[in-house]
Design a protein around this ligand. Structure first.
Ligand code: FES
Ligand code: FES
Length: 413
């Protein structure tokens, strides 16, 4: 029996080949079965116009057209959509020839931060296509499937009503389909570029050395900028900076498995968060390496379809106590690891950096780093430490508020 792909059994680390037509362009992707349509669009095809808010089907930010009907991209697995026609907000209009809905949202100022706008555009397109005679008084209820947190509803209603009045005979079709709208980019851990107008195949499992690690241009999931004072001298830290193998040994859970030449390295990193164990296989490219600075791009993916890309710069500068180590990193997460939430993932990353800095201090001073290398960092320790940090912050804020309140109360007596 030929089962549809969505109903065939696949293991978590298996990929399924899925073909769709997206904004008029055919594309084939090899995707883990658990990838949602919104993640496939954003992370594998670079179509980041489809926004993701709640990932629970509530906010409507991720609305796209699937075979001409509005659908929540966060609630569909990409493998369910083999053969489907998808239209995203990128397909609606071109920068030099916007769709009337886009024009109207601009004209009526139907947006503030713009986060909900793609969802509203696609949802209102679907509404006007199916109900061109919709009445103004029905618009609030008809558009209630998308939430705007900036309270821009009145202007949004004005914009949609304006277009409805102008196009009672039928709203113009999306104007950017069939053009080269897919901005292909490598998903984290993959070397393949996404298809454009042809039948390209994205192969997330292929791990040949890419030409370069291209980081996404958008906002990173986590931005890290932390400094730590080390007791080791700048000269000793420079010795660690000069040896990528030594440096990798300082990172909890990381292991360098291969040197690929020309400053390219292959490795793995493991992290356990509660019951979730992530094991990233990845690749790193050292872009710049000197006695006091090392810059690299890295990317990896875990078997469950999670991906991480990072641009990392570490600098060492002399300090009264020895050396100040600073790490700046832009981290882009996709898949299930992104589901931990930015804030907790950020806390965990910062905590890992502190462990790393401590290990660099030990190695630079000639000692063996304690409890490092290929063991995954302790889930409980990291999360508990991160939560303890938060609890301390909260108590501090509460104490400050109480003190301010008492002072104000005293002044007013
Ligand atoms: S992200 Fe899909 S409904 Fe909120
Ligand atoms: S304009 Fe900001 S969420 Fe709607």
């Amino acid at each position: 029996m030929n089962l549809p792909k969505a109903y065939e059994r696949t293991e978590a680390d298996q990929t399924v080949e899925v073909s769709m037509t997206i904004n008029g362009s055919p594309v084939t992707m090899s995707l883990p079965a658990r990838i949602t349509l919104s993640d496939a669009l954003r992370d594998h095809l670079g179509l980041t116009g489809t926004h993701v808010g709640c990932e629970h089907g509530i906010c409507g930010m991720c609305t796209v057209l699937v075979d001409g009907e509005a659908a929540r991209a966060c609630l569909l697995f990409a493998v369910q959509l083999d053969g489907a026609e998808i239209t995203t907000v990128e397909g609606l209009g071109r920068p030099d020839d916007l769709h009337p809905l886009q024009e109207a949202f601009g004209h009526h100022h139907g947006l503030q931060c713009g986060f909900c706008t793609p969802g509203f555009l696609m949802s209102s397109y679907d509404l006007l296509e199916h109900q061109p005679d919709v009445k103004r008084e029905d618009l609030p209820a008809e558009l209630s499937g998308v939430l705007c947190r900036c309270t821009g509803y009145r202007n949004i209603i004005d914009a949609v009503h304006d277009v409805a009045e102008t196009y009672r005979e039928g709203i113009p079709a999306p104007g950017n389909c069939g053009h080269r709208t897919l901005v292909g980019r490598s998903p984290a851990g993959s070397s393949g570029a996404a298809g454009v107008d042809d039948d390209s195949v994205v192969e997330p499992d292929a791990e040949p050395r890419p030409e370069e690690i291209a980081l996404p241009s958008g906002e990173p999931t986590i931005q890290i900028d932390v400094t730590k004072d080390l007791t080791a001298s700048p000269e000793d830290v420079a010795r660690v900076f000069a040896d990528v193998r030594l440096l990798a040994r300082c990172l909890p859970g990381a292991e360098l498995t291969d040197e690929l030449g020309d400053n390219w390295y292959r490795g793995r990193a493991r992290i356990a968060l509660g019951p979730v164990r992530l094991s990233f296989n990845g690749i790193a490219h050292v872009l710049d390496q000197s006695a006091d600075r090392i810059a690299m791009n890295a990317q990896g993916k875990d078997k469950g379809g999670g991906g991480a890309q990072a641009g990392i710069v570490m600098t060492a500068s002399p300090s009264a106590a020895g050396t100040t180590l600073r790490a700046e990193a832009s981290v882009f997460l996709t898949g299930r690891i992104a589901g931990f939430g930015r804030s907790l993932a950020g806390d965990v990353s910062r905590r890992m950096f502190e462990d790393f800095a401590r290990a660099v201090d030990q190695v630079a001073s000639g000692a063996e780093p304690d409890g490092v290398t290929s063991q995954p960092p302790s889930a409980v320790a990291i999360v508990v430490a991160a939560l303890a940090d938060r609890a301390r912050d909260l108590m501090k804020r509460t104490r400050n508020r109480t003190r301010k309140y008492r002072e104000a109360h005293r002044r007013n007596r």
